[in-house]
Design a protein around this ligand. Structure first.
Ligand SMILES: NC(=O)c1ccc[n+]([C@@H]2O[C@H](COP(=O)([O-])OP(=O)(O)OC[C@H]3O[C@@H](n4cnc5c(N)ncnc54)[C@H](O)[C@@H]3O)[C@@H](O)[C@H]2O)c1
Length: 332
């Protein structure tokens, strides 16, 4: 049976683990070869362990087990020349480029006035400039192919709303949305589509770590992933705490495939609803009364099952509107 991206080649940054690895395996299972890049090293301001060379080797193993080729390189998305060299080498070996997943990212926490210069700079450099670098390196290859292409940039639901304690991440994520919209305009004539993912919390080491547990449960001395479930659910429209990497990969697969051939300039949200303001703040989460949806300090959404229903409907309506926006009108 022919895969949904059969014979295509995908460039994925941050491919050593988490969502990036899942995107690589999902696209490989549907027939794509992979050009994978990851830093595989720690960044000093990041408060959780980052990926290792062993993680990247595991991605290679799993893509090959799916029967596809992979060219994997250790490179830093902050270093344009190194990233371009890794991509150029991958295209030389695999023969073409069709899909870009600019997925590498980091986070850290702190009130805006307390963030150290380096902490701010690292998040902006990786999460915003790194996405631009990946796309900039890829555009000449996509154009040279003459077949169009699909660029999928990873933002966050914090690219669509505010969150206390993450000013740098919110700013970078909003920046990625603006970059995507501009690229969608600039590349449409070449049939290169550009769309953004705006996921809610995803079950990866970026979120499943003690720094996040402590941020969301400052009321507990040693919070665990189980303690995160309540406040994480309160942030979502659908009554679940987080999604799995494969849920985001399924969106990547659709945006990468010809099934979305006229979709450009869209923001693909997952799960989270609501419209506003302070999320991920240090207000202790409080369980709601029995039978009600979870409540969250400082959070106006999801106070009742009825509110959840209408919120979910609003999210679905928004998703529909965003996804059917096709062409230039949708991105202006
Ligand atoms: N996990 C979530 O809840 C969540 C929610 C919304 C958006 N996101 C975004 O999804 C993307 C993937 O994150 P994840 O959840 O898989 O986290 P993750 O930490 O498991 O994976 C991120 C990967 O990016 C790599 N990376 C980081 N800096 C890099 C650099 N400078 N150069 C190259 N590679 C680098 C890391 O080594 C790691 O392998 C990120 O952009 C993140 O901001 C995550």
């Amino acid at each position: 049976m022919t895969g949904r991206v059969e014979g295509k080649v995908a460039f994925i940054t941050g491919a050593a683990r988490g969502q990036g690895r899942s995107h690589a395996i999902t696209l490989a299972r549907e027939g794509a070869d992979i050009i994978a890049v990851d830093l595989c090293a720690q960044i000093g301001t990041v408060p959780y362990p980052m990926a290792t060379p062993e993680d990247l080797a595991q991605t290679v193993k799993e893509v090959e087990a799916a029967g596809r080729r992979i060219v994997a390189t250790v490179a830093d998305v902050r270093d344009y020349d190194a990233l371009k060299e890794a991509l150029d080498d991958g295209v030389a070996q695999l023969g073409r480029l069709d899909i870009v997943s600019a997925n590498a990212g980091i986070t850290s926490y702190g009130r805006a006035e307390d963030l150290a210069e380096q902490t701010w700079r690292d998040v902006i450099d990786v999460d915003l400039t790194g996405v631009w670098h990946a796309v900039k390196a890829a555009i000449p290859h996509l154009r040279a192919g003459g077949r169009g292409g699909s660029i999928i940039v990873t933002s966050s639901d914090l690219g669509l709303k505010a969150a206390a304690n993450q000013a740098h991440y919110v700013a970078a994520s909003h920046g990625v949305i603006g970059l995507m919209r501009t690229l969608a305009l600039e590349l449409a004539a070449d049939f290169i589509r550009v769309n953004a993912l705006a996921p809610t919390a995803v079950d990866t080491p970026m979120v499943m770590n003690s720094a996040t547990y402590r941020l969301l449960r400052p009321d507990l001395e040693n919070p665990t992933a189980d303690d995160l479930a309540g406040p994480a659910t309160a942030l979502n429209a659908l009554p679940i705490p987080w999604v799995e990497p494969v849920d985001i990969s399924n969106a990547v697969l659709w945006l990468a495939s010809d099934e979305s051939r006229y979709v450009t300039g869209s923001r693909c949200r997952s799960t989270r609803g609501g419209s506003s303001s302070d999320r991920l703040d240090a207000e202790p989460w409080r369980p709601g009364p029995a039978g009600s949806a979870p409540a969250c300090g400082g959070c106006e959404q999801a106070q009742s099952a009825g509110a959840l229903d209408s919120l979910a409907a609003a999210v679905l309506a928004e998703l529909r509107v965003e996804v059917v926006h096709v062409g230039l009108d949708g991105v202006r």
